[in-house]
Design a protein around this ligand. Structure first.
Ligand SMILES: [Zn+2]
Length: 108
């Protein structure tokens, strides 16, 4: 019996640069700092652009963010196992702000 090979997590390639001639708000790995503004990724601008890009595809955004949460946990825990962000902090940063927050689900 052959088990399926786990796929690699998503590559952080969104949001696209906007305006197109400006640097994209994408993370520098393994630090997960924004290339454009230097803030922890996803920065406010990246979140704004992601919400706009995925406005019609909230499930895709939730899956993308959850995948990057896994990737970032992998990078940041190896980078700084003792003083890095906690799992809760990373979850808040990557996943909790996105679609399917409890409040949004309750309001549907
Ligand atoms: Zn940024």
């Amino acid at each position: 019996m052959t088990l399926p090979v786990p796929r690699l997590g998503p590559y952080p390639e969104r949001p696209r640069a906007y305006p197109p001639d400006q640097p994209a708000h994408l993370p520098i790995r393994p630090l997960w700092l924004c290339r454009a503004c230097g803030l922890p990724w996803p920065c406010a601008q990246a979140r704004l652009l992601l919400k706009a890009e995925y406005a019609d595809h909230p499930v895709d955004l939730a899956v993308y963010l959850s995948g990057l949460y896994h990737e970032a946990t992998h990078d940041l825990f190896r980078l700084n196992p003792h003083e890095g962000p906690t799992p809760r902090e990373l979850f808040e940063r990557f996943v909790a702000w996105g679609p399917y927050r409890k409040g949004i689900v309750q309001n549907q």
